[in-house]
Write a protein that binds this ligand. Structure first.
Ligand code: BGC
Length: 747
């Protein structure tokens, strides 16, 4: 093999550019020039090689594929790898790519850094519950810092699929049901991962996934069919992806699902017409894991060769794990079924990303063992993770000031998750340790209580029919002043391929809390829940005095949760997703349509109305709900005008007063309803939020600025604005009635 020194070529172009003078130096065009020059040396096989990604097999994030990855790597026909990390491991592989292949093109290492890399933060649904965009950005920044120090260049995140069905296990990975909240969070993740410059050693490429509609899988079953009209697609499922582009996201991932009969991975409408042509996205698109091969199972491709043709012709640049581009692209070009220019474009986009990361300047810049050692689990990251665990925990119920707990009291701590250090970091926990690094709730509580004030009993398992632990649990409960029960799901019960048809607490956990309540009708029970989806908590809500939803709170989770239980942190999180009363209400979400027969609040069971005969329409806990130890009073909403002209700004304000006994944060939410539209509009839509801090007795006026941009929506593929009446409210949750209007007047 004749080895060309790529470094020499690149350096000579680079020095030439510098001679053009600082004013003429444009790093973007400079990269394009370098890529062109490199591509002029590449064979078709080498170009195809750049479009191929195989696993390094350190983790399994899909079915095992015997890819013969090392052979292709050594031959210079492998552009990227996933599921490998550590500076040492990636250095070894990079060395092969750089030193043993003809052109020495560096590998790109991708990994699922979803809610942390080693320092694991709460699951994404929990992070979203904080409604704090600066926090989201910081979580992503720390994740990028750790991951990049361990050789990772690219995260397959953020996952920004709107999800309205709690049966779907991947609700845990997203930011909930709402378009606006998810879009804002999408931008913050992208900013955090990619930073100001990808050439920095601690920034990584982000990936907006899964494009598109994955969260709408029928019946909440993973990978299942998705069928929806264009208006819903554009008004609900697509905006977070557009927001990610606006924030500069470099890559996109296809979804596993079909959309209206065409699998996403071969869907020209979404990838060519919308992503490229309408939105002008010029980064690269990777498939989801083996998604090209799966086009055959979908019944959309005759065989894997046909699947390859369909995918590349739909604008999909990189093949993750199917091996299809490697096996069939060249043949398809020779047969004239695929234009070679498509391979050139795909290869070019991938090389641009590698250049942007600075891998051609120093392919080992992410493989610095010393930096890895200094960065992973940095104390300030763990401290921040503790704060985020507190800020993500939603206080769903708290009667008679059950919480916070006075640390002089004696507590019975009961439940299968109370001492857990494995589940607490949740699913998709990247390289996070499940072997004892995380801090359990028990350990967190011990920071506040003397040994003599805490008793523990497991009670039962997460999932089993073994009642033998009930007696001990009852015994310690009898001796305690307050009872804390830590119940929930195993971490594997949410995440990918973890759909459930039953969203109650698994096993006999509900019987455990019921038995304790029956034995001790007057003792206060605090239920702490760890789970990856909205659960049906109707029974638990009737049994517990306080309920704290902590999701899976992460590596420092036990400390963050204890900070809330003992009042060091006053809870401020709000639900980013609706909790139903029962599974039959699903899908249930706050911004539904009105229907022709809406129920009235006064008579919700009226016949021939859009209701159930065996359940209220209302959820158990609505979107935006979350209590604090203090109370907030909202003044009547004030508008700067009762008309909004197309080019003007309308100001809506409300004064919020802390009327309780604690200082605290409040997430103030702005909702709007477009009363009449050329297509029906939701009964309310979140259009803004602000998180404020108020000392006891303090008041602040929160002002939202509304422009006509906020009132646009898609109809028939066009983003339109329609004049007319809009209702508006500023509220602590989505559960309110509108009582204010303004008029939009078009120019
Ligand atoms: C998931 C993706 C993930 C990929 C790589 C797939 O199974 O759907 O979200 O990024 O695996 O691990």
């Amino acid at each position: 093999m004749k080895k060309i020194s790529i470094a020499t070529i690149v350096l000579s172009i680079f020095s030439h550019c510098l001679y053009l003078g600082a004013n003429n130096y444009n790093p973007e065009t400079d990269i394009y020039r370098k890529v062109d020059s490199l591509m002029s040396l590449m064979t078709l096989d080498e170009k195809i090689g750049q479009t191929i990604m195989y696993s390094g097999d350190w983790n399994n994030t899909g079915p095992y594929v015997n890819s013969d990855n090392m052979r292709f790597l050594k031959e210079g026909n492998l552009g990227s790898m996933l599921n490998v990390y550590t500076s040492k491991g990636t250095r070894e592989l990079q060395k092969i790519a750089v030193e043993e292949t003809r052109l020495g093109i560096p590998l790109l290492f991708g990994y699922d850094v979803i809610h942390g890399f080693k320092t694991i933060f709460p699951i994404n649904l929990g992070i979203a519950s904080g409604w704090d965009l600066e926090d989201v950005e910081e979580v992503a920044r720390i994740s990028a810092d750790e991951a990049s120090a361990a050789g990772v260049h690219w995260t397959f995140a953020p996952m920004i699929d709107i999800a309205r069905d709690p049966r779907w296990g991947r609700v845990s990975e997203g930011s909930g049901e709402d378009v606006y909240l998810t879009s804002e969070i999408a931008k913050a993740y992208v900013k955090g991962f990619q930073g100001n410059s990808l050439t920095n050693e601690n920034t990584i490429l982000a990936c907006a996934k899964h494009f598109v509609g994955y969260g709408a899988a029928q019946a909440g079953r993973d990978y299942h069919t998705v069928s929806m009209g264009d208006n819903e697609l554009r008004n609900v499922y697509m905006p977070p992806f557009k927001a990610a582009i606006d924030s500069g996201v470099e890559t996109f991932m296809t979804a596993f699902n079909e959309l209206n009969g065409v699998p996403a991975t071969a869907n020209k409408y979404i990838f060519k017409d919308i992503l490229r042509d309408e939105w002008g996205f010029n980064g690269f698109v990777v498939t989801d894991y083996t998604a090209i091969n799966e086009l055959v199972n979908h019944g959309y491709a005759e065989n894997e060769k046909h699947a390859t043709e369909l995918a590349i012709n739909s604008g999909i640049d990189m093949d993750m794990m199917s091996g299809a581009y490697r096996r069939f692209l060249k043949e398809l070009i020779i047969e004239g079924k695929v234009e070679e220019t498509l391979i050139n474009e795909a290869c070019r986009k991938i090389l641009i990303a590698k250049f942007k990361l600075g891998l051609f300047d120093d392919p080992y810049k992410y493989c610095n063992e010393q930096r890895e050692e200094e960065t992973i689990y940095r104390p300030k990251f763990l401290e921040f993770a503790r704060k985020i665990a507190s800020k993500s925990s939603v206080l769903l119920k708290n009667i008679d000031k059950t919480l916070p707990i006075n640390n002089k009291l004696t507590v019975a701590l009961i439940g299968p998750l109370a001492k857990d250090k494995k589940n607490i970091i949740g699913s998709w926990a990247a390289a996070g340790d499940r072997n004892g690094k995380a801090i359990s709730i028990y350990q967190g509580i011990k920071e506040y209580l003397d040994d003599s004030n805490i008793m523990f009993a497991r009670g039962c398992d997460i999932e089993s029919n073994d009642y033998s632990g009930f007696d001990k649990a009852i015994n310690i409960a009898k001796k305690a002043d307050k009872i804390i029960m830590v119940l929930g799901e195993d971490y594997n019960m949410s995440g990918e391929a973890a759909s459930r048809t039953n969203i109650k607490l698994p096993g006999i956990q509900t019987q455990l809390i019921k038995t304790i309540r029956d034995e001790l009708p007057n003792k206060q029970i605090i239920l702490v829940l760890m789970n990856g989806r909205p659960l049906d908590l109707t029974i638990e809500d009737s049994l517990a005095d306080a309920i704290l939803e902590v999701w899976y709170p992460g590596t420092s989770g036990g400390l963050g949760v204890a900070d809330i239980l003992f009042g060091k942190y006053n809870p401020s999180a709000k639900l980013p997703i609706t909790f139903p009363r029962n599974l039959g209400q699903v899908p249930i979400y706050y911004n539904q349509k009105n229907t022709g027969r809406p129920i009235s609040k006064e008579n919700p069971t009226e016949d021939y109305k859009s209701n159930y005969i065996d359940s209220p329409n209302t959820p158990l806990y609505p979107f935006g709900h979350g209590l604090s130890y203090t109370t907030f009073k909202y003044s009547e909403i004030k508008l700067s005008n009762d008309k909004l002209k197309e080019s003007e700004i309308l100001k809506a304000s409300s004064t919020i007063t802390n009327t309780g006994d604690y200082d605290g944060h409040e997430v103030v939410q702005l909702y709007i309803r477009d009363k009449v539209g050329s297509i029906t509009r939701p009964i309310k839509e979140l259009k803004g939020f602000k998180k404020i801090f108020l000392k006891k007795g303090e008041s602040k006026t929160v002002v939202f600025e509304i422009s006509s941009e906020d009132l646009k929506f898609y109809n028939n593929k066009k983003l339109i604005l329609e004049s007319g009446e809009f209702e508006i409210a500023i509220s602590p949750s989505s559960d309110f009635e509108f009582n204010k209007l303004f008029n939009l007047i078009l120019n």
